[in-house]
Ligand binder design. Structure first.
Ligand code: FES
Length: 218
């Protein structure tokens, strides 16, 4: 019974505007150790682009904000978390993100512009619950071989540290990466693509890095 009530609350967060506004406090208070600039309630309500200061998000921490009434997570991935990403491919349903939704400049092994920064819509692709962050690389009750990621308690879907879904769970796709770009090294703007020139540079830089990592692993 208790689980059912959690499920209903989580779905309500995603389907009703009143519940979404109420849920903003829940998201932010769920991460008490990160204090950083948050977008104004007015900007959130209008669905405007949202600027976020990354400076105070330590490696391994995440910050949750609202963008277009959706929960967006920003994670500063550690080298250890990044190291495990390619080793999870055989456990995933769509490791290359071919069927999943992300901008073309984020279709790379880490699904992001910069490997250390994961930015995505934290909504389960099964029935729309908000998965919980479990960044620690250690056995979990829901996965004894856990390498960090997100766990959806509603029906037990699991995602890795690139928001890619594991095989054999109810969720069909990786979680969505929405458009964003770096205003400078310490700030991102959610909801706005990089310029065309920046897109070319991002794709080229990440292709080179992915090639280097593949070569090093061979
Ligand atoms: S909503 Fe069903 S597993 Fe996430």
């Amino acid at each position: 019974m208790a689980d059912e009530s959690i499920d209903k609350d989580r779905r309500r967060f995603l389907t009703g505007s009143t519940a979404v506004i109420g849920g903003a406090g829940l998201i932010i208070t769920a991460i008490p150790f990160v204090s950083t600039w948050l977008p104004s309630a007015r900007a959130e309500a209008a669905g405007a682009p949202v600027k976020v200061n990354l400076a105070k998000i330590e490696p391994g921490q995440r910050l949750a904000v609202l963008w277009q009434k959706q929960p967006v997570d920003i994670v500063n991935r550690t080298p250890e978390q990044l190291k495990w990403l390619p080793k999870q491919d055989s456990r995933l349903r769509d490791p290359g993100s071919k069927d999943s939704q992300q901008p073309k400049y984020c279709q790379n092994p880490w699904r992001s512009i910069k490997p250390e920064w994961l930015v995505f819509v934290d909504i389960c692709t099964h029935l729309g619950c908000v998965p919980d962050y479990h960044g620690a690389i250690k056995p979990q009750p829901f996965d004894p071989d856990w390498k960090g990621g997100y766990y959806c308690p509603c029906h037990h879907s699991r995602y890795d540290m690139a928001a890619r879904v594991y095989d054999g769970v109810p969720a069909p796709l990786n979680m969505v990466v929405m458009p964003y770009h770096f205003v400078d090294d310490a700030h991102i703007e959610i909801g706005v693509d990089p310029s065309d020139d920046e897109v070319k540079q991002i794709i080229a830089a990440n292709a080179k890095l992915a090639g280097q990592q593949k070569g090093a692993a061979a």
